[in-house]
Design a protein around this ligand. Sequence first.
Ligand code: ACO
Length: 431
Amino acid sequence: MTTRKFTLTDASTGKTSTLEALSPTVGSDVLNIAPLAKDHGVFTFDPGFMSTAACESKITYIDGDKGILLYRGYPVEQLAAKSSFLEVAYLLIYGELPTAAALKEFTLSITRHTMINESLLRFYNGFHYDAHPMAQVSAVVASMAGFYHDSLDINNPRHREIFAHRIIAKMPTISAAAYKHMLGQPFIYPQNSLDYCSNLLHMFFAVPSEQYVVEPVAAKALDLLLILHADHEQNASTSTVRLAGSTGTNPYAAISSGIAALWGPSHGGANEAVLQMLEEIGTADAIPKFLARVKDKNDHTRLMGFGHRVYKNFDPRAKIIREACHAVLEKVGRPDNPLFELALRLEEIALSDEYFVSRKLYPNVDFYSGIIYSALGIPRDMFTVMFAIARTAGWVAHWQELISDPAMKIGRPRQLYTGPTARQYVDIATR
Ligand code: ACO
């Protein structure tokens, strides 16, 4: 393939330079603008990274127009149908699907890392009972750097691997502890005889006074949701992990910053916001009035769970989750879930409305995920935590890719400065 070249001429000086496009294995070419600052003394301006690739990556590919999502080349639909979350986590981190023996070894390692240091458990007592679990989880993850010193040397591949296994293993435990703290219930220790999602549900819902049997349908549905949320290339939280990681900070700090970024309603917090929105709408006859507010530029209401920076077509994950909703609700005995019915109707009306059609706004992964979480008994303020558990696999893969790249540089964007020019300090008495 011939390399595409672009000629840039500074109209004021006539100086010309040639910019080369870098070719991906699949997807749009990426113009290398690195010479601009040296050749012309200009920076580029692209708020929100609308046209800017921040890094090279081999992990996940999205075609937003066609609604394609590939993890390491494998379509998410195939992984959702055939794989498990831990297998997908392995794929994201190591780049290949594991052999049966490798998966067994990886699963064993994850299982053996599920407990957290007892001192970390005492951190939760410092939180008020109604502290948002994302606040608790991000704080505890950041604090892990103070406990697990055998995984802090970012230049040591074995340290990086221990960190990777440890954080994936402990995220359910850390999250369940936050949940139990909110409820005022005793913490439930991990059970190594259970698989990843069954163990998670057990830690969430078991109490010491009764035997708790995990419903296999619930564990399977959760596993599916974790697969679908496991990675999504350079989204806001992953980019945050990369930017923090590029400073050489420890990996727990980098993941904690990703958790903080995920919390926002434009990103991972959308799943929580969708259920709030559905409850606010209440009944199908109130949909037109709600959509009128969404379309009113003076009203700041958004149709939560709709729209995506990259997908300008159906989010492939939303399709899978919508199907799973039917199956899960049937199996957990709540087939006539009114919020699901309302969501289906809302989707139908929005997809035939010119406002959403012309802006290519489709349901995203979080339009339906909260309905499944609710059916599994997971409370609304834990939804984004569930997302964080899943996305930890992607964050770890991206952090590993970043740190093992010999060409890694600290991420340091430039700016378009529009503040005052240099001026003299004025003494307080004369201001
Ligand atoms: N409801 C109503 N209008 C919307 C919505 C929405 N959900 N999303 C976008 N629009 C409109 C905007 O008002 C804008 O209209 P305009 O051209 O008339 O000004 C146009 O569509 C383009 O929207 P932008 O905000 O420029 O798109 P951007 O790519 O910056 O935002 C985002 C993407 C943040 C996801 C946005 O669609 C949104 O806020 N959606 C709701 C929140 C949500 O579901 N987030 C989860 C995303 S997926 C994830 O993180 C897992």
